[in-house]
Design a protein around this ligand. Structure first.
Ligand SMILES: NC(=O)C1=CN([C@@H]2O[C@H](COP(=O)(O)OP(=O)(O)OC[C@H]3O[C@@H](n4cnc5c(N)ncnc54)[C@H](O)[C@@H]3O)[C@@H](O)[C@H]2O)C=CC1
Ligand SMILES: N[C@@H](CC=O)C(=O)O
Length: 362
């Protein structure tokens, strides 16, 4: 059986959840998917870096409290993350980027992704920064190097919204999208409705693993701004920059307004939308809206997200599912790895083929 060796960049909630999945369910997944997964490198700003090209034993790492994990002193370990060296030099097949999202310039994740693609490694990421701010250039670089750049988890976490649009909407003209794409703000609005204070609701969203490292990005709409850019660029053929997308968050909405709206059958939602005009131009914006109960997005609660696609032949098609969560987002990474396998399993240089040949099974 073939195998993919992974380098995990960032070892916070999402990449830990992926490591847990591999550690606990790797054999079952290998039987089902036809390839095994092995982690050969991990880097993290706080923990440092750890490399073992024979495969890292994940069990003791996952047993440690996240805040207390340090790779210094372990064989192949260092207190320094050594991101560039690990990404460029360690012989991994796939670099899995899950450091924090930087809405301003996408760094350092943008460099991580670029280094990996330049080194001829496939990349999967849940990080919205590189995809929203440099998606076109990175896809071009990946194509030049004959590798894949996958980012399903950058929009709607594990819910396969980008692949659904790409693979299932053939022949449809999509004229616009209206969406709820931030689990944290949607969760918080629901908590305000039942009388929880804003600061307590934010703390809950952090504890549950939904919030960004800096939750301002969730509350003030930066996160949705990036996701609208990704969706519009991928689905509507746009080439939006951040300054093209009007942004207003939920911080100005008071708990009283939320409860008052609910008593009138309205629900405040942070809505990201994009519309394509006849001349091909695309307008996009992020703003809170008080939606009537019969709106397709009004009933979307908690960390669940949804995208309503406006199409010519089907009218409105709404897809909903988890929009945040560690395990849910780790699933997005697994789905990216499966996509890489499906695309490259027949390549001359594909890792699966290479391993099969090495072990003389073909
Ligand atoms: N948690 C969620 O529900 C979702 C998260 N995402 C995105 O996935 C990414 C990871 O999310 P989480 O794991 O929840 O975040 P997290 O904050 O739990 O983990 C990020 C990790 O990256 C590490 N890190 C930061 N800078 C680094 C650097 N320069 N080099 C190496 N490591 C570095 C941090 O020490 C931390 O352990 C973020 O970009 C986030 O926006 C996307 C969809 C959903
Ligand atoms: N903080 C984000 C995580 C996923 O992108 C959210 O709450 O949606």
């Amino acid at each position: 059986m073939g195998r993919y060796d992974l380098a995990l960049i960032g070892f916070g909630g999402v990449n830990r959840a992926l490591a847990e999945l591999i550690s606990q369910s790797g054999d079952r997944l290998a039987g089902e998917l036809g390839f095994a997964l092995r982690v050969v490198a991990i880097t993290d700003l706080r923990a440092g870096s750890l490399v073992d090209t024979d495969g890292i034993d994940l069990t003791p790492l996952l047993a440690a409290e996240p805040g207390e994990l340090s790779f210094a002193g372990l064989a192949g370990g260092s207190a320094d993350p050594r991101n560039e060296w690990v990404i460029r030099e360690v012989p991994a097949d796939i670099v899995v980027e899950a450091t924090f999202t930087n809405p301003s310039d996408g760094e350092p994740a943008l460099s991580h992704v670029r280094w990996a693609l330049e080194s001829g490694k496939h990349v999967c990421t849940t990080n919205k920064g590189p995809v929203a701010l440099a998606g076109r250039a990175l896809k071009r670089l990946a194509a030049e190097r004959g590798v894949s750049f996958e980012f399903e988890g950058s929009v709607l976490s594990g819910t396969p919204i980008l692949r659904t649009a790409e693979r299932m909407f053939g022949g449809l003209e999509i004229t616009g999208v209206q969406s709820i794409m931030n689990g944290t703000s949607n969760y918080i609005l629901g908590r305000l409705e039942v009388g929880i204070e804003l600061s307590a609701a934010i703390a809950e969203a952090q504890e549950l693993g939904y919030a960004e490292a800096d939750p301002t990005a969730d509350i003030e709409g930066h996160d949705v701004q990036l996701k609208v850019m990704i969706l519009a660029n991928e689905v509507l053929g746009a080439d939006l920059r951040r300054e093209d997308v009007f942004r207003e968050g939920i911080s100005a909405i008071t708990p009283h307004e939320v409860r008052d709206a609910a008593s009138k059958g309205l629900r405040w939602k942070l809505v990201g939308s994009a519309t394509r005009h006849e001349d091909g131009s695309v307008d996009a914006r992020v703003a809170p809206l008080a939606l009537p109960a019969d709106h397709p997005l009004a009933g979307i609660s908690g960390p669940v997200n949804a995208v309503a696609f406006h199409t010519d032949l089907l009218g409105t098609v709404t897809v909903c599912g988890p929009g945040a969560g560690r395990v849910e987002t780790a699933y997005a990474l697994l789905s990216d790895i499966i996509a890489i396998h499906q695309r490259h399993a027949d390549d001359e240089t594909a890792p699966v083929r290479r391993v099969l040949q090495e072990t003389h099974r073909v």
